[in-house]
Design a protein around this ligand. Structure first.
Ligand SMILES: Cc1cc2nc3c(=O)[nH]c(=O)nc-3n(C[C@H](O)[C@H](O)[C@H](O)COP(=O)(O)O)c2cc1C
Length: 193
């Protein structure tokens, strides 16, 4: 089984990367493969469609998704929001029922508001949210800072183990004949009389 990790920071090997690496090591310890995609500035430099396609196509075959982003001005980075808007619009149907989770990194504040924004993509799309033993955040301005954030790193490890456990439960359920709900046809209502 495989989990796709998305780094929504402009910094390739910064705080978000360090947190995602801790998650991937926990996944690996539990026998779950992962692949990290670095979005960088591609969502805002004209390469968004290519970046979305790479992750979207990977998600067709993968079993879970973890999206990481730094906090910019108390929200997730604009880069990750632009990316997720396109990813869920174009590939949402390929991700339904696949467990997802968001993690965030900040020097000090804006983490829970950022998690709230990112979690809404998963909950809009019938994706079970995977949690940890606190809200999924690390603190720091550099990878070195994050490596000193022992609690933050523990939160990432617990998240990885919880994701692995849920994926194994889903797999065991399939083998036992438990299929996802067949769902209903979409109803789109608005508020015009
Ligand atoms: C444009 C910009 C805005 C930021 N805004 C915040 C903020 O609102 N709150 C905060 O705690 N840190 C803020 N930071 C700091 C980053 O969120 C923090 O250093 C983060 O851990 C960087 O992660 P990265 O190394 O993966 O990019 C901001 C950084 C930048 C570049």
């Amino acid at each position: 089984m495989k989990v796709i990790l998305v780094n929504g920071s402009r910094r390739k090997n910064g705080c978000t990367f360090t947190a995602l690496t801790e998650v991937s090591e926990a996944l690996k310890a539990d026998g779950i493969e992962s692949e990290l995609f670095f979005i960088g500035d591609r969502a805002v430099n004209g390469e968004i469609d290519a970046a979305v396609k790479e992750v979207g196509e990977a998600m067709k075959k993968a079993d879970g998704l973890i999206v990481g982003a730094p906090v910019y001005y108390a929200s997730p980075s604009g880069e990750i929001i632009a990316f997720l808007d396109r990813l869920f619009m174009l590939y949402g149907k390929d991700m339904i029922f696949k467990p997802g989770s968001a993690i965030t990194s900040a020097r000090r504040a804006g983490t829970t508001a950022s998690l709230d924004v990112m979690n809404k993509y998963f909950t809009f799309n019938q994706m079970p949210l995977v949690s940890s033993r606190y809200w999924n955040m690390v603190h720091g301005s550099s990878a070195e800072d994050v490596n000193k954030d022992e609690e933050g790193l523990q939160i990432m490890r617990v998240l990885g183990h919880n994701m692995a456990w849920l994926l194994k439960c889903v797999e065991a359920g399939k083998k036992a004949g438990i299929e996802p709900p067949s769902g209903e046809d979409f109803l789109f209502t608005n508020f015009i009389r």
